[in-house]
Write a protein of this length. Structure first.
Lengths: 349, 524
């Protein structure tokens, strides 16, 4: 391992060559509007799904990296983890308010009418009201990397400690803590369970939200890097998760964890399939796919190394866009919306 | 996924004698890294060599070469990333991505650096080495709060990892201390950094590293590098950097004796450490020692802007004898003495051979450009400035020019000297050309009537009574009038005293010049 030691003066103080900042896009279902945060111009543009030109624009963050969407109200939050800013976008009032938050905001969720922002390097979870004031701010374990919401609870997974901490909405009162393995690469929750995947061991671990206890990790892939809830459960199916595994060049579909009662009834119906999580044969994917978003019966998948966007289905993989930014696309009303060369493009799915 | 570890072979050149005449201290490290670069087939060893070369070039003002080295490192790292993906070796991909982040930070592209580390951490958030790289990059990028958080993660993970060696742990602690010290005026952080650095130094001097120390002595190793692979080179760099950091901290907190002790320890291990020598010059009480330390520090690195600045303050305050010796350090000292005494041509003559030997050196270009400004040779200053890559040096040069303009306008406004010098005219001309005058300065200039000797292009006589002129030279700056102006009288020859107002910059037969409003002429 090469070790690095800084010089006393190690900043190369020369004019950097310009590197284009990727735009970040998100779709707000309550408003039917598309939010485009452009770091190169430090602007936020709002489009509808018919317009080629923005409906309105405002100053935005210089290094946007993610957008949180309120699924109940027409608003969004653009995160700038480099400059520690969150832009509160009111789509109804056509306004943007920039709020300074704790160091490195890397995740945000709207819940119960408020915005909650997780700042990794500041080790803070903060509640931001609509007027931009931070009304609650609580500390977290080291390296808090993921923020999820289920019901009226928030869950923060800290990579360095392996803790999953449950917080009450909106007070951010810490309720319970589950201990999981450390250094997961992704964390999602559904209404009953939290799921963590570990690239080093190739395993997945589940956390029961009811009891806040963790199960033994189980092998799911060679190097799982991302996971997302896919098909919802039915009478005969417990619902599935899809896992990106760039090492195996596969997307794995696995059954979600389930309650004992529903698992028992399903096991009874399905006979020897029994309880527990089963792994379905994976879908062959192009090499390097490491991010995945289920859309209907197929998936949108992304290769961070080659910046290529795919649609993966039973029929195989189709390239949707080359040289796409990691957050420069969104699914809106059954179409893929892509920001490319300074304009909005629509791609049928 | 396999553990993150890169086994690379770093082969150091045979130890070199410490500084021969005319050589700069970092010449040894540069030669060693160039050798490593040419001989090694291991991509990561080549990356380490290129990053070290970039850092070394940077410390001696060679911005373009520094950027080139970092750029070449990124090319290799991109190939490594692609290969990692192709072979499903995602640890390799992540490590190469993180190193790319460091190279991006060194190039001043903090956004790209941030993205690279975020990508790497998706695969190897359990690696203290990657967090350490992240911390180093964020310190370089001027984001010390992020650097502190990342460094704390590195230290915490390493402390929980039985496999981490004491040397690795100290490297992470050193990075944490560096990040803490990069925070502005944070007393608690400074105390923590001091504790960390003291602990590292104590440990490095202790029994744990006795075998390693013996090996270093036996092999006569002395090179100080930023990116190291072997324990010996890591030990040497850590020993050097920790003491320098601690010494600087002591110095800044008013403990000169403690600082001197640390600097002396650095010099005992490496007698030509430019930073330590410069610091000793600052801290020493005896004038003779101060002169000697300054000489040695500038011999070790003649192109450190900080050292040059300190030496200039020293010349201005203590009026030492003229510089002695030979080599680049002596040439720079000679030039600084000559500049201080107003002998600008002599200063340029001292510096020109350095530019021939170090054609990519920003600091030499800066010193020459500053000299050209003093000589009023703005064209030469412009020519040199366009090739300076360092933003800081360009900014400094702009400030010098700006102060010259301000000074020129002040002199003209006071009216004590209505006949401007060539240097003042050129400064005003360039400021007008660039549009860099403030509104207040423009207003003052608009109201000023200036008197100066000008040389007209040949005039046209209309009978015995009038002479018409439309253009000429004001010192070395061409000028023209908005329209030919007829003056009563016959002016033999074309050298006259002209009273005029400056209207702005204009174009004269394809070249830039001043647009003047003529008011009156008299024979000069």
């Amino acid at each position: 391992m090469i070790r690095v030691m800084l010089l006393l003066v190690a900043v190369l103080n020369t004019a950097p060559a310009a590197i284009a900042e990727d735009a970040v896009i998100a779709y707000s279902p309550p408003s039917g509007l598309l939010i485009v945060a452009r770091g190169d111009a430090a602007r936020i543009d709002v489009f509808n799904l018919q317009s080629k030109a923005p409906l309105w624009s405002a100053d935005g963050p210089a290094s946007p990296r993610d957008i949180a969407i309120d699924t109940a109200d027409p608003r969004a939050a653009v995160l700038d983890p480099l400059r520690n800013e969150v832009a509160l976008v009111s789509l109804g009032r056509r306004s943007v308010r920039i709020v300074r938050v704790a160091e490195t905001p890397i995740a945000a969720r709207f819940a119960g009418g408020s915005l909650f922002v997780l700042s990794r390097d500041g080790r803070r979870l903060q509640k931001i009201d609509e007027d931009g004031s931070i009304t609650v701010s609580v500390g977290t374990s080291p390296d808090p990397a993921f923020l999820e919401v289920s019901g009226n609870r928030l869950y923060v997974y800290s990579r360095a400690s392996g803790s999953v901490v449950e917080y009450e909405i909106p007070t951010l009162r810490q309720l319970r803590t589950a201990t999981a393995d450390r250094f997961a690469s992704a964390f999602v929750v559904d209404d009953r369970t939290g799921y963590l995947v570990y690239p080093r061991s190739g395993r997945m671990q589940t956390i029961s939200l009811a009891g806040m206890n963790s199960d033994e990790p189980m092998s799911v892939a060679a190097v799982p890097t991302d996971l997302a809830p896919a098909m919802p459960g039915g009478v005969l199916t417990p619902g599935t998760l899809v896992i990106a595994d760039p090492a195996s060049k596969r997307l794995w579909h696995i059954e979600r964890a389930e309650s004992a009662v529903s698992a028992f009834s399903r096991g009874f119906l399905r006979g020897f399939l029994g309880l527990g999580i089963a792994r379905a044969p994976g879908r062959e994917s192009p090499p390097g796919i490491d991010r995945v978003w289920p859309v209907g019966s197929s998936e949108i998948a992304y290769d961070s190394a080659s910046r290529t966007l795919y649609r993966i289905s039973r029929d195989g993989a189709v390239v949707l866009a080359a040289d796409a930014g990691p957050r420069s696309f969104a699914v809106a009303a059954g179409r893929l919306v892509l920001w490319k060369n300074g304009q909005v493009l629509f791609v049928g799915l | 996924m396999k553990r993150v570890a890169i086994a690379i072979l770093v082969v150091f050149a045979a130890s070199l004698p410490v500084r021969s005449d005319g050589r700069i201290a970092s010449d040894f490290e540069i030669a060693s890294m160039q050798s490593q670069l040419s001989r090694s087939r291991n991509p990561m060893a080549r990356v380490a060599a290129l990053l070290n070369l970039g850092d070394l070039r940077h410390t001696r003002g060679e911005g373009a070469l520094s950027r080139e080295s970092y750029g070449r490192a990124i090319e290799i790292l991109d190939a490594q990333r692609a290969e990692g993906r192709r072979r499903q070796d995602l640890a390799k991909y992540a490590v190469a991505t993180a190193w790319r982040g460091l190279a991006e930070a060194k190039l001043g592209r903090e956004s790209a650096a941030f993205d690279a580390f975020e990508e790497a951490l998706r695969y190897v958030s359990d690696s203290p080495g990657i967090w350490n790289l992240y911390a180093s990059a964020m310190t370089v990028a001027g984001r010390p709060e992020k650097a502190v958080a990342s460094a704390r993660n590195a230290v915490m993970i390493a402390n929980a990892d039985a496999g981490a060696t004491p040397l690795d742990r100290h490297v992470y602690e050193y990075t944490l201390a560096s990040a803490l010290l990069a925070m502005e005026r944070d007393r608690v952080g400074e105390q923590e950094a001091e504790t960390l650095l003291s602990g590292i130094i104590e440990s490095l001097a202790g029994r744990t590293f006795e075998t390693l120390r013996r090996r270093i002595v036996r092999n006569e190793e002395f090179e100080i590098l930023s990116s190291t692979e072997q324990d010996a080179s890591a030990y040497l760099a850590l020993f050097n950097r920790s003491r320098l950091r601690l010494a600087r901290l002591y110095e800044q907190s008013g403990r000169p004796a403690a600082a001197r002790e640390q600097y002396r320890a650095v010099l005992a291990a490496r007698s030509d450490d430019a930073q330590a020598l410069g610091a000793m010059a600052r801290l020493t009480r005896e004038a003779a020692d101060r002169e000697r330390y300054f000489e040695e520090s500038l011999d070790a690195n003649p192109f450190s802007r900080d050292l040059i600045r300190e030496y200039e303050a020293y010349i201005a305050g203590e009026h030492p004898r003229s510089a002695s010796g030979s080599g680049p350090g002596a040439a720079v000292r000679n030039a600084l003495h000559a500049q201080r005494a107003g002998r600008f041509r002599e200063a340029s003559e001292s510096l020109q051979p350095l530019l021939a030997r170090f054609p990519e050196n920003d600091v030499v270009r800066f010193l020459l450009a500053r000299n050209a400004v003093a000589l009023g040779d703005m064209k030469e200053a412009d020519r040199l400035e366009t090739r300076i890559r360092s933003r800081a040096l360009r900014g400094e040069l702009a400030a010098i020019r700006s102060s010259l303009v301000t000074e020129s306008i002040d002199i003209l406004e006071r009216g004590s000297d209505r006949d401007p010098s060539d240097q003042q005219v050129r400064a005003l001309f360039l400021a007008l050309q660039r549009g860099s005058l403030s509104a207040a300065q423009v207003a003052v200039l608009d109201s000023l009537v200036i008197s100066a000797v000008v040389v007209f292009a040949e005039g046209r006589f209309s009978g015995e009574e009038t002479t018409s002129f439309d253009r000429g030279m004001l010192h070395s700056v061409p000028f023209r009038f908005p329209a030919p102006a007829a003056f009563r009288g016959r002016f033999e020859g074309s050298r006259v005293r002209l009273e005029f107002r400056i209207l702005g910059a204009t174009e004269i037969e394809g070249a830039a010049g001043l647009l003047l409003e003529p008011l009156r002429i008299t024979p000069s």
